[in-house]
Design a protein around this ligand. Structure first.
Ligand code: FAD
Ligand code: FES
Length: 521
């Protein structure tokens, strides 16, 4: 399993603890009346298998998502697909293919037989390659700049769609693509080992014919000559280029911010450095009370370190989640011992002493700076691509440069749901854009129209967010935020732009589907 399983359904969890599969033996047959809504959870041999009803069809598929093991029985059936309740991955019920990130690996599927009113799960169906094929006029050479969410998802999708040409991925990181969201969560907290982090094992790249070059810093793009220059002096020609350079943490322009115990958090190396410092630390100061800062605070608390969070805003995350959710997040962290210094900033760090604007000072063995990120636009700007607080792309994720696409944290795209050109910093959006860009680099014309989604985890509380609302005139709260069972609807002129939820997974998925269909949420 590739992550913490604290959100496993109790029945699966109990079965796993007792080392036995959940539910009835599906090979021995079950009755249609055994279904609960669209699902019936059981097992075949020692494997958990989920029967899923879609229209008149019944399908058998792995019970757990290939991303973080989410329980698909708590998900949503949409046509002949099932969506995962945790981070909204989507699987084809016939083939098991992960058709939408964040899951990338397929699930097993089994043959189902109906006989005398009973349903039997038979043999496992051999995994089929997706039937999509790269067109005959596909480009010969594709270069991807960036080994993060968008870059990796694009490379993986190009090979999945049987692109047979040269594929090079250049990353200025020394580590192969990793599960970046985990760097501030379980890995930082010490509850996930490092071997859970790589998105794929090292041999994947050679096996898939992906020329992954690490520590390869791209210094310029010659859009006319269609080639990129790498810092080692080499140049690489391309027919199609994907720019997926992500974002970099904002550094604080204060005295002492360059000391070794003052860290930002973006890469595996950053997370490792914080863990190293945390091993000897008794007190930490986290500067910034948004997602990265607070997730880091939670993880440091899990290591039993005293944590102070300093931030200029009066409520954490208010700008994104509103005042009520902001208060809840603050209380949640306080319950776990975090000490907030809100409406304040750190003006200097002298050794272990972090001076506050309000006059006091805090002792810190380690300081984590999480004050936001900036999209890495230098390459795009130098290449003369159109930019507007991000790289400007059209619905097909094409930039203004011929054959050059952009995806992920750097891309500002026309979002059909909000009607605005938006840029977000979400893992799932970056991956889905990488996948769409891959198909479009192969000559398809697939508009990127996914509804933005992100999640954030604080202790045992996951917050899921669907849509995009930079401003709103009303937040309608359904349920009980403190009771950790709620859905908040962010509305403008009566229209729901986004929803945030805690433990309302199906409602969150339903909201996503409604937004996709332009229906009322
Ligand atoms: C600690 C942490 C936790 C997060 N948690 C969540 C979460 O829970 N949920 C969520 O939705 N989002 C989360 N995010 C945000 C999410 O990780 C990003 O939105 C996502 O990684 C963006 O993908 P990307 O491909 O655009 O950029 P990145 O993943 O940052 O990848 C950019 C890549 O480009 C490379 N690169 C940059 N410049 C060059 C160059 N000149 N030459 C060569 N290579 C270059 C970098 O080395 C890197 O490999 C988190 C981010 C961090 C840092
Ligand atoms: S566990 Fe299924 S999408 Fe993450």
């Amino acid at each position: 399993m590739a992550q913490s399983d604290f959100r496993l359904r109790e029945d699966i969890k109990m079965a796993e603890e007792q080392n036995r599969p959940a539910g009835p033996d599906l090979a021995a047959g079950v009755a249609a009346s055994d279904f609960k809504d669209d699902f019936l959870l059981g097992h075949v041999g020692d494997q958990d298998v989920l029967l899923v009803r879609s229209g008149s069809g019944i399908f058998a598929i792995d019970a757990h998502c290939s991303h973080y093991h989410g329980p698909l029985a708590d998900g949503l059936v949409v046509g002949e697909t099932v969506r995962c309740p945790w981070h909204h991955a989507c699987f084809d019920l016939r083939t098991g293919e992960a058709v939408r990130a964040p899951a990338l690996s397929p699930l097993s599927v089994w043959r189902v037989e109906q006989k005398d009113g009973r349903i039997f799960v038979r043999d496992k169906i051999e995994q089929q390659k997706p039937s999509r094929k790269a067109p005959a006029n596909a480009p010969n050479r594709i270069v991807i700049v960036g080994g993060g969410a968008a870059g990796f998802a694009a490379a993986e999708m190009l090979r999945r769609d049987q692109f047979g040409g040269e594929l090079t991925m250049l990353s200025n990181d020394a580590a192969p693509p990793v599960d970046r969201p985990n760097l501030s969560k379980d890995y930082l907290a010490g509850s996930a080992p490092e071997d859970w982090l790589p998105l794929r094992p090292d041999n994947f790249y050679a096996d898939a014919g992906i020329d992954l070059r690490l520590a390869a810093n791209v210094v310029s793009i010659d859009a006319k000559a269609r080639q990129v220059a790498v810092s080692d002096g080499k140049t690489l020609p391309y027919d199609r280029l994907l720019l997926a350079t992500g974002a970099e943490p904002v550094r604080l322009p204060i005295p002492g911010a360059d000391q070794p115990h003052v860290r930002v958090l973006r890469s595996l190396a950053d997370s490792r450095a914080i863990i190293e410092a945390a091993k000897k630390a008794k007190r930490a100061v986290v500067i910034g009370a948004s997602f990265i800062g607070l997730e880091a605070a939670a993880s440091l608390r899990a290591r039993d370190i005293e944590v102070h969070v300093v931030a200029p805003e009066l409520r954490p995350m208010e700008r994104i989640l509103g005042p009520d959710m902001g208060d809840f997040v603050r209380h949640l962290h306080e319950e776990h011992g975090v000490i907030f210094h809100l409406g304040d900033t750190v003006t200097a760090i002298d050794g272990k002493r972090a001076t506050l604007k309000s006059g006091g000072a805090l002792e810190a063995d380690v300081v984590v700076v999480g004050v936001g990120v900036r999209p890495r636009l230098t390459l795009a700007e130098q290449a003369g691509l159109a930019t507007d607080r991000g790289v400007t792309v059209n619905a097909y994720l094409e930039t203004s440069g011929p054959g050059i696409f952009a995806a992920g944290d750097i891309a500002r795209w026309p979002d059909p749901h909000s009607g605005e050109n938006i840029r977000v910093e979400h893992w799932v959006v970056a991956e889905r854009q990488g996948q769409t860009a891959a198909r479009n680099m192969l000559g398809q014309r697939e508009a990127f129209d996914a509804v933005p989604f992100f999640w954030s985890q604080h202790y045992d509380v996951p917050i899921n967010y669907v849509g995009h609302a930079e401003t709103w005139d009303e937040i309608a709260i359904d349920g009980d935020i403190a009771g950790r069972d709620c859905m908040l609807r962010y509305k403008k002129k009566g229209r729901v732009l986004a929803v945030a939820s805690i433990y309302r997974d199906v409602a969150s998925l339903q909201a996503e589907v409604a937004m996709e269909r332009n229906a009322a949420v």
